[in-house]
Design a protein around this ligand. Structure first.
Ligand code: NAD
Length: 247
């Protein structure tokens, strides 16, 4: 029970890595709010957790909307009394925005993947400051360190923004007892499912451990940063990539 009595929000928690984090956090004793736009999936995950004696609820949220953030934090505190942990996980891939050189795609990637992290951190920190503690984990990517010609360059730009915004937020909110760290997953499903077989094979070949990752392998790292075990860890980067950016 590494998160006993903690209250957490996980954005993008209805699917993929976010879902793995929600289920792990609930098993470790947290009450978890799933903030996503996928209502059917989010409600199903919350019901599943409740059926096994866990505490979870789904709140429909578009992470690019400041109004939605205000409502999400208010509903979390109304339901569970406080906020201890935010995982800014929601994101979209560089191949989901169409034209790989389009300004619309650039703006969408920066909005969903990066501006959302700024909004969420700002509003969560405001709710955590009265408690004098809190942990915010921002999901960046290996593409926060290196580029790739495979998809819209706005993806790497958005993930690089998350990496350095995290350090600025750690400096800003550290004196209030709030830790802010970034996590950098390597290639894995479900985001990688859209990649063709040849693309997957080349990514496996470029990964020293010679395989794709699994969402639970990221969730364990996020759990550490969210928990009190990481009480002196802030402003840093946890890379979970099978060694991809080590070479
Ligand atoms: N899978 C990978 O290979 C990989 C690698 C590095 C980083 N990441 C990052 O990990 C995170 C999770 O990715 P995943 O692979 O689990 O993908 P996924 O598509 O399964 O999950 C993303 C979730 O975010 C939600 N979401 C998207 N836009 C949203 C919005 N505006 N408001 C609220 N929710 C929204 C989606 O509904 C979905 O549930 C993303 O930030 C992604 O960039 C993934």
């Amino acid at each position: 029970m590494r998160l006993k009595d903690k209250v957490a929000i996980v954005t993008g928690g209805a699917h993929g890595m976010g879902e793995a984090e929600v289920r792990l956090f609930a098993r470790e004793g947290a009450a978890v709010v799933i903030a996503d736009m996928l209502t059917k999936e989010g409600e199903a995950v919350a019901a599943d957790i409740a059926a096994s004696q866990g505490r979870a609820r789904y709140v429909q949220t578009d992470v690019t909307s400041e109004r939605d953030w205000e409502r999400l934090i208010a509903e979390t505190i109304a339901a569970f009394g406080r906020l201890d942990i935010l995982v800014n996980n929601a994101g979209i891939s560089g191949s989901s925005v169409g034209d790989v050189d389009g300004l619309d795609g650039w703006n969408k990637l920066l909005s969903v993947n990066a501006a959302s992290v700024f909004l969420g951190t700002k509003h969560a920190a405001a709710a955590m400051i009265p408690n004098g503690r809190g942990s915010i984990v921002n999901i960046s990517s290996i593409m926060g360190f290196v580029g790739s010609a495979d998809s819209h360059p706005g993806y790497a730009a958005s993930k690089g923004a998350v990496r350095l915004y995290t350090k600025a937020a750690a400096a800003k909110y550290g004196p209030a007892g709030i830790r802010v760290n970034s996590v950098h997953p390597g290639y894995m499903p479900p985001m990688l499912n859209a990649t063709n077989a040849a693309g997957r094979a080349s990514k496996i070949e470029a990964t020293p451990l010679r395989r794709l990752g699994e969402p639970i392998e990221v969730a364990f790292g996020v759990l550490f940063l969210a928990s009190d075990e990481a009480s002196f860890v802030t402003g840093t980067e946890l890379v979970i990539d099978g060694g991809y950016i080590s070479q």
